[in-house]
Structures are given as C-alpha cells and as structure tokens.
Design a protein around this ligand. Structure first.
Ligand SMILES: Cc1cc2nc3c(=O)[nH]c(=O)nc-3n(C[C@H](O)[C@H](O)[C@H](O)COP(=O)(O)OP(=O)(O)OC[C@H]3O[C@@H](n4cnc5c(N)ncnc54)[C@H](O)[C@@H]3O)c2cc1C
Length: 243
C-alpha cells in the first residue's frame, strides 16, 4: 500500500533522504571529534561549559544520578585521540580545575563513546509527497547541544504543515516547502553559533569580559543562555553596554 505522505525522521544517515535523492543545500565538514562517558558519585559537579583553546569540556547531570562528561577536539587531532581516548580525555579534563579529581572520586559507569561523524549540513527537506525532519534534514556539531531542540522545533513546524495539507487549507507540497523555509530561518542563528563554537578557538578577551560583567545581572545571564540555546540571535546581546 502506498502512503499518501512519507516523513523521514531517521537520523543523519537517513534512508528516506537517500531514497528521494534529497541533496545537501549546506555542506560543511565535521569540525570536531568527541568522546564522552558517564560517572556516578559526582552529583556535586552540576553543569558546566568549559572552553579552552582547542578543547571543549562539557559536564552535565543526567539520569540515575550519573554525570555525563564530554570532550571535543579539533577534528584534525582526532586520529591521535582515537588511538588512546582515555589518556587524551584525562589530559583535557585536567584543564578544568578540580574536575579530574572529582571524576577520580566517582566511578566511570560506561565505556568512552566517540565519533567525528559530525557534519554541519542542511538537506533539501521537502518534496512531492515527502519531508525530512530532525537530523535527517539538518545536522550540526553537538558542541552547543541544540540538535534535539531543533529536531522538536522542526517536528512541530512539519506537523503544522502536514495538517495544513491534509485539512485542505493549502496544497501539502506548498505547506511543506514553507516548513523547510521556516526551519532554515529559525535555526540559522544556532547554526552560526555552533560553527563558531565548534572551531574550538577559545574565548576572546571580549567574550571573557562579557561573561564577567554579566555576573549579578540575571537579565543579561538569561540573554546569554538564550544565545547559547539558539533562541535569540547573538546580536541581541547588548555587549557595548557591558564592556
Ligand atoms: C555526541 C553527541 C552529543 C549530543 N548532545 C546533544 C545535547 O546535549 N543536546 C541536544 O539537543 N542534542 C544533542 N545531540 C544531537 C541529538 O542527539 C540529535 O540532534 C537528535 O538525536 C536528532 O534526533 P532525530 O530523531 O532526528 O535523529 P536520531 O536521534 O538519530 O533518531 C533517528 C532514529 O531513526 C531510526 N532509524 C534509522 N533508520 C531507520 C530505518 N530505516 N527504519 C526505522 N528506523 C530507522 C534510528 O534507529 C533512530 O532511532 C548530540 C549528538 C551527539 C552525536
């Protein structure tokens, strides 16, 4: 039986995308390679985003009382990292004062998981009778942690578009073409921020100063997190007022 409409929500290496011949509209290679694992006994660490030149060290609490620790390296260094992930992981984590000591106090519950299959791309995501959503249609480096939020955003937009079509309000192919346009527009700021974060160039004195000056200013802190979460553009930060 033929389906009236097919949605490919099948991830970065989408079979549906291949089957319909969906081409890439933006095609930038992986910038980083990453390893991560999970520790118990480190609940006190909370969440942190630690930028060092050539390294990104992320820490966040997750389910079952475990803490996920993630390290990103420039992709060009990743071949060496792969030969001995544990040693490279330890060296990177030691760049954050106190972090390695806390992990040693705890217990690693999982093997190190790694990948450098992290392209930064947009794919044509709508065509006659089909659409792509989530990583199948748009994938980016995980250093800003926006993939899931953007996948949900796109799913909401696509559901709306398909409903428009099935309810006869608008031809479905027009509605899904508009879905792609809106998705691209709404994810553009986050994509730019992700590319600049994934270059792992470290923070500039200006950015350090922006963060320092935000201490004690909850509105400004909210705006910074809004930018990091991709919900507001970088230009919304009133940097001049703070520097
Ligand atoms: C290391 C790393 C860390 C990340 N950290 C974060 C983070 O902190 N926050 C965040 O928001 N995002 C993060 N992301 C990104 C996030 O994981 C993805 O953006 C998100 O999972 C995309 O969801 P999806 O449903 O589109 O694709 P996927 O999660 O890849 O799901 C696709 C599903 O389709 C299934 N599938 C594939 N082919 C078929 C088939 N032929 N038939 C049936 N099923 C099929 C797969 O098994 C899979 O279950 C991270 C990614 C990586 C790699």
């Amino acid at each position: 039986m033929a389906a009236r409409f097919v949605v490919g929500a099948d991830g970065l290496h989408s079979t549906v995308a291949r089957a319909v011949g969906a081409g890439l509209t933006v095609d930038l290679p992986s910038l980083t390679g990453v390893y991560y694992s999970y520790w118990s006994g480190c609940e006190g660490l909370g969440a942190s985003f630690n930028v060092r030149a050539g390294r990104l060290i992320l820490v966040w609490p997750t389910n079952d009382g475990q803490t996920c620790v993630y390290v990103g390296w420039p992709r060009l260094e990743f071949r060496a990292v792969r030969r001995d992930p544990a040693t490279h992981f330890e060296a990177a984590v030691k760049l954050v004062p106190g972090l390695w000591e806390a992990l040693v106090e705890g217990h690693r519950e999982h093997r190190f998981v790694g990948t450098d299959d992290l392209p930064n791309c947009y794919r044509q995501s709508a065509g006659p009778g089909w659409a792509l959503v989530g990583d199948a249609g748009h994938h980016k480096d995980p250093s800003t942690g926006m993939g899931m939020s953007d996948a949900f955003l796109a799913a909401g937009l696509l559901a709306e578009a398909i409903n428009q079509g099935l309810a006869g309000i608008q031809p479905i192919d027009d509605a899904t073409a508009e879905y792609q346009r809106r998705r691209d527009c709404l994810t553009a700021n986050g994509f730019d921020l992700t590319l600049s974060t994934a270059r792992l160039e470290g923070t500039t004195p200006r950015l350090e100063s922006l963060y320092d000056n935000a201490v004690g200013h909850p509105d400004q802190i909210s705006r910074i997190f809004g930018v990091l979460g991709g919900s507001i553009p970088l230009s919304a930060l009133d940097t001049e007022a703070l520097l």
